[in-house]
Design a protein around this ligand. Structure first.
Ligand code: TXA
Ligand code: MG
Length: 335
């Protein structure tokens, strides 16, 4: 198979060195984990993270899992709670993703968290994955390496067929042993809650923590992307997409879309050439750059000294759809 697709590389020192260069360059590398193949980018690089969404053709910004090779590196970016420490000893490296509070100014892209103040982290149980993260020297953000609407990839060939030309290198580590995505456990509030069932079960987690936990009821919102639904059916797991949750980041001041100028008291967030914009998502009208800037700029402009944020119109193509989806939610009437 490695001969069939020119960007597929078998495990070797040289492959890791080359892949590391790609990650440091802000480009994409697909890599094996024990669950499914991931589509990886430097989690500290906004533009690189934006290109993940672009490559997947995702119409929404779901927050992404940030992958680490070492336990000790995580505390630079996220608050390791007591529960997190306990669970890390039992299940890492392995298919458990923990949602933790982000550390302020931790350097992670805001796009990996889709603007939330939490971040999903895990240490994959795969030597090639950890070697890549180690060599890159940065945490790696990665969703499953499939196009939106396609099933999750468990071989390098699946990745090549779905995303072949969108990714610089596909590291071939053979077939994934687990084959379904990791369990996603929210530890950012008082009661640990499973948001997505996976290989690590609720009772295994309860045993390790010596306390009951909650499991989110089956919930695929009508508005969920095809990808969520297809993945859920294929893997017989169902999960709540945080992109659909009300807790998803929205500025505390009103947001108005398709603005041409700021009204009195508003601040203008521009796109393309704009004279009076306080910040601009992308002067050159580049949607990838706009996606990369979106959450960070909304955070900056979310200031009570303004009556609201007026955002200029974003074309409804490619990543523009994901940007508009997010802006629609942020501009919807509040309860
Ligand atoms: O096994 C896996 O988890 C694979 C491999 C590559 O690690 N990755 C994966 O990523 O399945 P993805 O993007 O397909 O799924 C990540 C899940 C989504 O359900 C997402 O909504 C949730 O984790 N998630 C990520 N960050 C979150 C956050 N801050 N709060 C709540 N949910 C979050
Ligand atoms: Mg997926």
């Amino acid at each position: 198979m490695s001969n069939q697709y020119s960007n597929v590389m078998l495990a070797s020192f040289q492959a890791i060195v080359q892949a590391k260069g790609v990650i440091r360059n802000g480009k994409l590398v697909a890599f094996p984990t024990e669950t499914v193949y991931g589509l990886g980018a430097d989690a500290t690089n906004d533009v690189a993270v934006a290109s993940i969404f672009e490559a997947k053709g995702r119409p929404q910004f779901n927050p992404l899992i940030v992958h680490f090779s070492n336990y000790s590196d995580i505390s630079e970016y996220a608050e390791m709670s007591r529960y997190a420490t306990t669970l890390s000893r039992s299940f890492w490296p392995g298919p458990l993703t923990m949602i933790l509070k982000r550390k302020p100014d931790c350097g992670l892209s805001h796009l990996v968290s889709a603007g939330l103040d939490t971040v999903a982290v895990r240490i994959p149980d795969n030597h090639m994955a950890r070697a890549l993260i180690d060599a890159s020297g940065v945490p790696i953000a990665a969703p499953s390496a499939n196009k939106s609407g396609h099933i999750s990839p468990t071989t390098a060939e699946h990745v090549a067929k779905s995303l072949g030309d969108k990714v610089e290198i596909i590291l071939d580590g053979g077939e994934c042993e687990v084959g379904i995505e990791s369990t996603v456990l929210d530890l950012s509030s008082d009661v640990p809650t499973i948001l997505r069932p996976g290989a690590i079960t609720a009772s295994q987690i309860e045993d390790a923590l010596m306390r009951p936990i909650e499991v989110h009821s089956v919930n695929i919102p009508m508005s969920a992307g095809v990808n969520d639904y297809a993945d859920a059916c294929k893997n017989k797991v169902v999960y709540k997409s945080p992109g659909q949750l009300t807790s998803h980041y929205a500025p505390s001041i009103p947001l108005r879309m398709n603005a041409t100028v700021a009204k009195e008291g508003e601040v203008l967030l521009g796109f393309g050439s704009a004279e009076n914009a306080t910040l601009n998502l992308s002067y050159r009208g580049d949607l990838s750059e706009a996606a990369a800037n979106l959450f960070a700029m909304l955070h900056i402009l979310d200031d009570k000294k303004y009556k609201g944020i007026a955002v200029m119109s974003i074309p409804e193509t490619g990543l523009g759809m994901a940007i508009n989806d997010r802006l629609h939610r942020a501009s919807a009437p509040r309860k």
